[in-house]
Design a protein around this ligand. Structure first.
Ligand code: ADP
Length: 217
């Protein structure tokens, strides 16, 4: 799997506002690289992830995957996993059905879901509904959802925010285990420098609004 990501956002202004959310933001992530992005609230971190995910196309700039535009012929040219701040599971679906939403309905897919649930210590909850699970368990399911479709590019927006320290530490270890299987290219947004240093190959700092890459290490 190889996914080189190149982002060049000359300017992003939200329609109907005159706020420049991101300006002159250039970053490259090498195939399989784990890049953390640290910056204060309002620096444009979520805006950046939404643009890279192809959810927001209203900007002056471009995003390339392996030298090709992110959007090719109306489709997104990479398998992208996205882990949000909240687990965002569908409350009316079981865990298994939540996870199958992002997959084809084959037996292989069911087996992969079961394999990953076992890996994150949730072997027995595939028929449970999200509201029967603790917050930490729901986050584990959302990690599985991001990995189950074998992402080439994984975007994570403060996924361990507001968790108690032991749960967050456990989830970070799980993330590294899952990442180690497939080595997707990762953009991991956080405002915790310690978390960024613990997880990432490289840490980029976004300045306060409008966001620009200040320092890369
Ligand atoms: P961060 O994730 O770093 O906290 P955001 O990407 O959420 O920052 O926001 C960057 C800037 O864009 C902020 O000034 C914010 O107020 C503005 N912004 C974000 N989303 C919207 C929106 N939907 N409409 C207008 N302005 C927005």
């Amino acid at each position: 799997m190889k996914t080189r990501l190149e982002v060049n956002i000359r300017r992003k202004i939200f329609p109907g506002t005159d706020v420049v959310a991101v300006e002159e933001l250039m970053l490259t992530a090498l195939p399989g690289e784990f890049v953390a992005i640290v910056g204060p609230s309002g620096a444009g971190k979520s805006t950046l992830l939404n643009i890279v995910a192809g959810l927001d196309r209203e900007m002056d700039g471009d995003v390339q995957i392996d030298g090709q535009p992110l959007h090719a012929h109306g489709l997104i040219s990479a398998r992208i996993g996205f882990v949000f701040q909240e687990p965002r599971l569908m409350p009316w679906l079981t865990v298994m059905d939540n996870l199958m939403l992002v997959l084809d309905k084959s037996t292989d897919s069911v087996e992969r879901v079961r394999h990953l649930l076992r890996e994150v210590g949730l072997a027995d909850i595939e028929q449970s509904f999200p509201n029967q699970l603790s917050g930490g368990m729901q986050r584990r399911v959302s990690l599985v959802r991001a990995f189950v479709m074998r992402p080439e590019l994984l975007l994570m927006d403060e996924p361990f925010l507001s968790l108690d320290a032991p749960t967050a530490a456990r989830l970070r270890r799980l993330l590294l285990t899952l990442w180690g299987e497939l080595h997707p290219t990762v953009l991991f947004v956080t405002h915790h420098l310690r978390e960024a240093l613990a997880l990432a190959d490289r840490v980029l700092f976004l300045s306060s609004s409008p966001g620009r890459v200040e320092v890369g290490s």
